[in-house]
Design a protein around this ligand. Sequence first.
Ligand SMILES: [Zn+2]
Length: 350
Amino acid sequence: MQRNFLWSGVGEGKRDHLVSWDVVCIPKAKGGLGLGRISLRNSALLGKWLWRFPREGSALWRHVILSIYGLHSNGWDANTVVRWSHRCPWKAIAQVSQEFFKFTRFVVGDGERIRFWEDLWWGDQPLGVRYPRLLSAVTDKNIPISSILGSTRPFSWNFNFRRNLSDSEIEDLESLMRSLDRLHLSPSGPDMRSWSLSPSRLFTVKSFFLTLSQIHGLPSDFPTRIVWNSQVPFKVKSFVWLVAHKKVNTNDMLQLRRPYKALSPDICMMCMKHGETVDHLFLHCPLTMGLWHKLFQLAKTDWVPPRSIFDMLSTNFNGFGSSKRGVVLWQAACIALIWVVWRERNVRIF
Ligand SMILES: [Zn+2]
């Protein structure tokens, strides 16, 4: 919204975006317009709604959102997979969810609303991510903690595996049980969600904003891993590197470099609309978005389209699991998607 406001001004038609949005967002002292801080503050404010949603069970606004988007598979939140055609405030809120959820975790009470394998409640990652082999052997991946652990020590374990475990899986299981030895449950209260960025464990806009500013201010975020460690041909790697740096010759770049030359109208050859930018072509273009959605569907992973292709490459989606093979496969799939879109775009132009 800010972006369109900045460049469209009054009058009709779409105006050119003369300076890249990233440049606009860097602090004024560095030649930008300092808008980044405003958009991050906005994101932090939107986070408040994500925090309130599961806490305000009877509020009218919650019922409205719930009836439109349905419940997230975790049973706490509204669905964050919002079709990109929807124009609704919740879409903007859902776009913050990926960053928001990084800083939330569950605090176990009676264990009835927290999923043992899928939710983050113990250690640094969900147990299903830490022990993928065990996860693949259980009957019910969504099983709540209370159905697996009894409330008192020594815990009664009820994993309900659907087959006999292999030796290595038994090792995993032993390691899991050892780690849970340190767990203390307080089964008198209900399960809660806590916010890891503030000492009170309650969400504050300020803590979220400060952290978002840090995340988006550091140039060291460059997604080196996917760009250079992926197992794809070198020329494809170099291309993805250009994409991450937004240095691909999309129409907008060409126009910037050769301002004297009037290019055919700046349209995207894939959807025949919009300006062709790196983020549009490789991410937000309806055609490309369809491909990304297919890929995520294939990986059975929830996602919200990030702001930019850079963010997309920087985010660790674990689409095909966190094993080495899964990571390599996922990187190759993402890169192949980008490569295919570029090839198709060039075929259509030349
Ligand atoms: Zn397009």
